[in-house]
Ligand binder design. Structure first.
Ligand code: CA
Length: 712
């Protein structure tokens, strides 16, 4: 009697974790040696003694005679004490993937007028309900138990017409009930608090305009904008400010009757608009949208558009319909739409539906079982796990099919794994052969082998997927992080080789030029204007503008794919704010007054855009062609000149000479003598018809400018 009482007091089972499909690790708190012969496991089938017991200090490893039964709660029993077995590390094992990988296409809701089927993947859950709410404010709802089907998928069929009914899953896992939003939800209410059963047909635009085929694979000029920034100013003539619909309005003008909004995108002549995140994100309160601002790099729902850009975020259909209207409106202008997608992490991982449904599965862990944080924002999505990979591929396929999206920019793509990106490409190409895929291939310290990640150094394993050319960028404007460091346009020769390589489409890094995403400014870091102000704090504005235009001209005239940040064409400033992800509108706004004030710069950039689109010599399709036709004729610290020659087969301009002079003095370049040259770009002027003929044997290139002449 006395002894029994002692064991009860002195022994405590702190935890019992399932670490592989047949191994439980128990942590014991005790003062006495642990007895190997008193262990067993209990579940609904009864008690089963455990003989294979390893004791190491206060850790006990118990091998199970049969694989663990995930479908029910099981307990370890030791000398009258019991402890629930929590599946932890097991979810990250190969055996778990083999047991539970589900490749069906019916996760989420399958709706028709007579019946709605729901399916959710949660193999470690032991019970699951769906709760249906007839109205948004119904707090209790009606609870229906789901049945466990193969591969850890829970299902239910609801007979009748459930259109417009709100729902949550209620999952019982690790002895706790939690209510979660369906990770495959396609319709959401305000702030994504509940999902809705809906009919996708109700969100179709009147027509889906037909896009003309692209002239060539890299006939792309990407223009990056944020829905709110671009439409929010008071003087842009746009009615739906800060909304998807703001980008569907035609005929909008500023106070000087200059076109704005969607018409301006057509006017500028870009081919692709890249939208900062429009997947539903968590950092803006959709019920109070006037005060919050965020770029939105904090995805909460992979398959649904963000609600704060909808006219009515409470209406389950509104955001879907209005975002489709935006895509359709841009397609009507033959402008393609790229989504900036954030799969590398989730907003608050502990509160994410995915982690509540399958704790520990969807995120990466370090070898000592801490959550990996290579992204620097608290968690890294474990894209290499099969169901995590599947949700990425399913989401991409869905956006292409349902929303007619033309391309994706993968935020921190270097966190994702190569195999996932390959499968994304395969799935997306099946639905749209012209799909444009690219991303940030930064090498970040995430808990996954470097050689298996979609970083820029592995680009050869990712044929057809583009990478932002950060070295080209920094070569042109100076280090992004050492903010006062100068680049080529400030007279530095430090990055000369990177710049020449960049102008040739970075051919040593990739298999095709479309993989080289050339840029000098994006939403991240200082705008080019703010950076140049830091490098040249006392320089005259006039000179800074020349440097700025030179940098943009180099990007636009280089081989590969040019990428422009909205407002770069008129020296956009964010008033020195380096990371404006949650800055107020007055920092982030697309300022149409400045656009008007710097109209001559806009004209210059617009003409270069048109010139690039009219002349295939600036966007050769293969590295073989670049090798054959691109000849560097001068590469000095302050001047780079190259000759695009023998272009008869691809361009009516057979011979093009491009000279970028980053010096403060005129540069003289001697021309091949046997030809007559006509000038199209000189100083501050760019033209699609010749400005003048060169009467001598040399080109005189004015300071801080691009010069383009053509032998016809
Ligand atoms: Ca949201």
């Amino acid at each position: 009697m006395k002894q029994k009482k002692q064991s009860f007091v002195n022994y405590r089972l702190k935890s019992a974790e399932l670490i592989t499909v047949d191994m439980v690790r128990v942590a014991v708190e005790n003062d006495h040696p642990i007895d190997r012969n008193c262990w067993s496991m209990i579940n609904s089938k009864g008690e089963c003694p455990l003989k294979d017991v390893t004791v190491n200090d206060q850790i006990v490893l118990l091998r199970l005679p049969k694989p663990f039964k995930f479908e029910e709660d099981s307990y370890i029993v030791y000398k009258g004490l019991t402890c629930y077995i929590e599946p932890t590390e097991v979810v990250r094992t190969k055996e778990f993937e083999q047991l539970f990988f589900y490749d069906g296409d019916d996760l989420g809701v399958c709706y028709n007028e007579n019946q709605t089927s729901l399916a959710v993947w949660a193999p470690t859950a032991t019970r699951m309900n769906v709760i249906c709410y007839k109205t948004w404010h119904d707090e209790k709802g009606d609870t229906y138990p789901c049945r466990r089907d193969e591969k850890g998928v829970w299902r239910i069929e609801l007979v009748g017409n459930y259109e417009g009914v709100w729902y949550l899953f209620e999952v019982y896992v690790n002895q706790t009930w939690r209510r979660v939003v369906d990770p495959y939800a396609k319709f959401l209410g305000v702030n994504g608090e509940k999902a809705m059963i809906g009919d996708p047909k109700r969100t179709e635009p009147e027509v889906w305009p037909v896009l003309r085929p692209q002239e060539s694979a890299n006939d792309c000029i990407i223009y990056e904008l944020h829905i709110r920034d671009y439409t929010i100013s008071l003087d842009n003539g746009i009615n739906h400010k800060g909304k998807y619909l703001g980008l569907t309005e035609q005929g909008t003008v500023d106070n000087d009757m200059r076109v704005t909004g969607m018409d301006y995108l057509s006017y500028l002549g870009i081919t692709h608009v890249e939208l900062l995140p429009v997947q539903d994100y968590g950092s803006v309160d959709e019920s109070n949208r006037e005060t919050d601002y965020n770029w939105g790099y904090d995805t909460t729902h992979f398959f649904v558009p963000e609600g704060s850009y909808a006219t009515d975020p409470y209406d389950g259909y509104c955001r879907n319909l209005e975002f489709k209207q935006l895509v359709a409106a841009l397609h009507d202008r033959q402008i393609r739409v790229i989504m900036d997608v954030v799969f590398n992490h989730l907003y608050i991982w502990e509160e994410s539906a995915l982690d509540m449904l399958v704790p520990g599965y969807f995120f990466r862990y370090t070898t000592d079982n801490k959550i990996s944080d290579g992204t620097g924002v608290g968690n890294d999505f474990a894209s290499e796990r099969k169901m995590a990979r599947k949700i990425i591929i399913d989401a991409i396929s869905y956006w292409v099919e349902e929303y007619h999206i033309d391309g994706f920019r993968f935020d921190l793509m270097g966190i994702l794994d190569i195999e996932t990106m390959k499968q994304v490409k395969e799935a997306a190409k099946k639905k749209n052969k012209d799909i444009l895929l690219f991303g940030e291939g930064w090498d970040l310290p995430t808990a996954y082998p470097r050689e298996k990640r979609a970083i820029i150094d592995q680009a050869k394993s990712l044929v057809g997927i583009g990478f932002f050319q950060d070295k080209f960028r920094d070569g042109l404007k100076g280090s992004t992080f050492e903010v006062t460091q100068p680049g080529f346009v400030s007279g530095s020769k430090q990055g000369l080789n990177e710049i020449i390589s960049g102008m040739q489409g970075s051919m040593n890094k990739f298999d095709m030029p479309i993989q080289a995403i050339n840029y000098v400014e994006s939403h991240d870091n200082h705008t080019l204007w703010d950076k140049l102000k830091l490098v040249h704090p006392i320089e005259r504005q006039f000179t800074l503008q020349k440097r700025h235009k030179l940098a943009t001209a180099i990007v636009l005239m280089s081989q590969g794919v040019p990428f422009i940040h909205a407002g770069q064409e008129w020296f956009r400033t964010k008033h020195g704010v380096e990371n404006s992800y949650n800055s107020p509108d007055w920092i982030n706004v697309y300022n149409w007054k400045q656009r008007a004030h710097f109209d001559s710069s806009v004209q210059y950039i617009r003409t270069l855009i048109q010139m690039r689109r009219m002349h295939a010599g600036f966007r050769l399709e293969s590295y073989e062609m670049i090798r054959n036709h691109f000849k560097v004729i001068k590469a000095e610290s302050k001047c780079i000149a190259y000759h695009l020659r023998g272009l008869e087969k691809v361009d009516e301009w057979n011979d093009i000479l491009v000279i970028h002079n980053a010096g403060l003095k005129e540069e003289i370049i001697f021309l091949p003598k046997d030809k007559k040259w006509q000038v199209f770009v000189d100083g501050d002027i760019a033209s699609l018809i010749p400005l003048y003929k060169i009467g001598e044997d040399c080109a005189r290139v004015s300071a801080l400018s691009t010069f383009i002449c053509v032998s016809l």
